[in-house]
Design a binder for this molecule. Structure first.
Ligand SMILES: Nc1ncnc2c1ncn2[C@@H]1O[C@H](COP(=O)(O)OP(=O)(O)O)[C@@H](O)[C@H]1O
Ligand SMILES: [Mg+2]
Length: 259
């Protein structure tokens, strides 16, 4: 795997309004190069919107996204795609393509528009398919895959993009527990900064350096897992009762949900 330099991300005063509603009310978030940052919060709290602003499919109403200190709004689509890759919840632009073709799309930001895939591209695509365990369905149509197979294919596409920042929106959603652990371990081990939306707070606690907890479009807590995942905070944000212990091997917070 060729190494990209991990990116620094700074989100400053990010506001997003749509249809007369304010979805994000001035969000600040930073990810230092190489950090794995978890984003959690109830349904509708603005996590996907924040991610879309970061990877550029939504334009903020106010505030700035800085990549390595440069305003991301001033980067062209291709330049941004050389630095930021995304594993979205729902992929578009994949109709009729095979898994291999979808994964190969990840190479395009690094090529000129007339450039054909070369042996190096093919080698990278093969390697990524192997890494995510997708070789046996590489020839199938992407839209015929199960949710978990799609998610792995989209991760492979992001891997061959050599991003400095990898943004993932609920990447473990459709995965069985083995692939959940594999995917998060893989993302954590990449030479890239990670920004992950995760619903499973125990996985977030184990795999992320720092967490941001969103509620109603605002950051209500941020910091290392032990500072963010408290009984009081989980009650306030999710309205659930919990007991929080120590994970026996990782030392991370380990949450048990109470009836
Ligand atoms: N394009 C849009 N138009 C109108 N409302 C939107 C749009 N996108 C998101 N929203 C609303 O913004 C809120 C946050 O959505 P989202 O970012 O998808 O939340 P999350 O990913 O945390 O579940 C929701 O109430 C959602 O209905
Ligand atoms: Mg979402």
């Amino acid at each position: 795997m060729s190494a990209a330099e991990p990116a620094e991300l700074r989100v400053e005063g990010l506001r997003f309004e749509t249809g007369g509603r304010t979805v994000l009310h001035g969000v600040d978030l930073t990810a230092r190069p190489g950090e794995t940052i978890g984003l959690a919060g109830p349904n509708g709290s603005g996590k996907t919107t924040l991610l879309r602003c970061v990877y550029g499919t939504l334009r903020p109403t106010a505030g700035r996204i800085l990549l390595d200190g440069a305003d991301a709004a001033s980067l062209g689509v291709k330049a941004r795609a050389r630095r930021v890759a995304v594993v979205p919840q729902d992929a578009t632009g994949t109709l009729g393509l095979t898994v291999r073709e979808v994964v190969a799309m990840g190479r395009s930001p690094h090529k000129r528009f007339w450039e054909q895939d070369g042996p190096e591209d093919a080698r990278r695509v093969d390697g990524a398919l192997r890494t995510v365990g997708a070789e046996e369905f590489a020839g199938r149509r992407f839209e015929e895959l199960s949710g978990g197979e799609r998610q792995r294919a989209l991760l492979a596409r992001a891997l061959v993009q050599d991003p400095g920042l990898l943004a993932l929106d609920e990447p473990t959603n459709h995965l069985d527990i083995r692939y959940q652990l594999e995917m998060l371990g893989l993302v954590r081990g990449l030479p890239a900064t990670g920004l992950l939306v995760l619903h499973d707070l125990n996985l977030a606690a184990s795999f992320c350096d720092r967490l941001y907890l969103l509620a109603e479009g605002r950051v209500v807590a941020s910091g290392p897992p032990w500072e963010v995942l408290t009984v009081e905070m989980l009650d306030a944000v999710y309205g659930v009762r919990t007991r929080i212990g120590v994970h026996p091997t990782t030392g991370a917070p380990s949450i048990v949900y109470l009836p």
